[in-house]
Design a protein around this ligand. Structure first.
Ligand code: A3P
Length: 323
């Protein structure tokens, strides 16, 4: 569905081949350092094409997040908030039959060139760091929601995701994937998809301080603890706050319930559906693992946790942001 021509694709492949390389956690791919962040190469042609061609409209809204911080959940909630009608009916909506990622396209995967099948929304998603977003998004004053998560849980989720994706797409190769200890070393050194993690978070954090009306900064842990407050905040931020009638009719609760981990992960499309990734198919169930806060304790030692906390504290010191 992408409109990247083979000519410009070749230009981007050439550009990528000139970038510094880093360990990609498995023999199947390296990471490439682009504008100070590490990326798997399949992210980059779309990001570069968007850099060169994406024209944001002032009303576009971007849902930005590093991988594994709750993007799927944020997409589902945002989609329902933005497309709800006065009579909310969760039995027929696109989220019943489409994985949330197909309801809101990723800027950097080129899908935004195709005609959307579901209801039209002003929503886009991106894993790109703030400084890698196409210039027109900033120039047009678009609203941005940023979601991040405790780095320890993010790391554990990331490690499982890539390992399971490898097992799903290239069975057997997961044995060559880094151990959870080795991957942790890379993560702590900033060598992870869209890493350094702290720089990703800091970029949006600083921007949100400079332009608080345009950038809503959220944490996964807050979304878990205060889901209702976050959902209302999102609706207000999108410019479509819940009316008194909607609140009275329980629409907020219905949206929250529909998007809960239990509900979403048990939908047939998310349980048994598959998505094509290039010429390989990947199970949608990989987007749903546990959905818990603090699961890192089951995989990392207390010392490892403390070490990553210390790194974050040092990197974020003076910013006013803590985890
Ligand atoms: P865990 O691996 O810790 O379970 P992303 O959507 O950015 O890829 O992030 C994935 C993480 O969000 C996974 O975390 C996944 O289980 C969790 N998740 C997915 N859907 C969720 C939901 N509806 N509510 C809460 N967490 C969810």
């Amino acid at each position: 569905s992408s409109k990247i021509t083979s000519e410009s694709l070749q230009k981007y492949i050439d550009e990528i081949s000139g970038l510094p390389k880093g360990n990609g956690w498995s023999p199947s791919s390296d990471l490439y350092l682009y504008k100070g962040f590490w990326f798997y190469p399949h992210f980059l042609p779309g990001a570069m094409y968007a850099r060169d061609h994406f024209q944001a409209q002032p009303n576009d809204i971007f849902l930005c997040s590093p991988m594994k911080t709750g993007s799927t959940w944020l997409k589902s909630l945002s989609f329902l908030i933005a497309t709800r009608s006065s009579k909310f009916d969760d039995s027929t909506g696109p989220l019943r039959t489409m994985v949330p990622h197909d309801c809101i396209p990723f800027l950097e995967f080129g899908e935004y060139y195709s005609t959307p099948t579901g209801p039209k929304t002003p929503l886009f998603a991106s894993h790109l760091p703030y400084t890698c977003l196409p210039k027109s998004i900033i120039d047009s004053g678009c609203k941005i929601v940023y979601l991040c998560r405790d780095p320890k849980d993010t790391y554990v989720s990331l490690w499982h995701y890539f390992r399971n994706a490898l097992a799903s797409m290239k069975p057997g190769q997961e044995d060559m994937f880094v151990s959870i200890e080795e991957g942790f070393e890379y993560f702590c050194n900033g060598v992870s998809s869209q890493g350094p993690y702290w720089d990703h978070v800091l970029g949006y954090w600083k921007a949100s301080l400079e332009r608080p009306q345009k950038i809503l900064f959220l944490k996964y842990e807050d979304m878990k603890m205060e889901t209702e407050a976050c959902v209302k905040k999102l609706a207000e931020f999108f410019g479509c706050p819940f009316s008194i009638e909607e609140e009275r009719d329980g629409i907020v609760q219905e949206i929250i319930k529909f998007c809960s981990f239990e509900s979403l992960s048990n939908l047939k499309v998310n349980k048994t559906g598959k998505q094509m990734r290039g010429d390989q198919s990947m199970e949608n169930s990989l987007y749903f693992r546990k959905g818990k806060v603090g699961d890192w304790r089951n995989y990392l030692s207390a010392e490892m946790g403390e070490r990553l906390d210390n790194i974050m504290e040092e990197k974020l010191s003076g910013s006013g942001l803590t985890f």
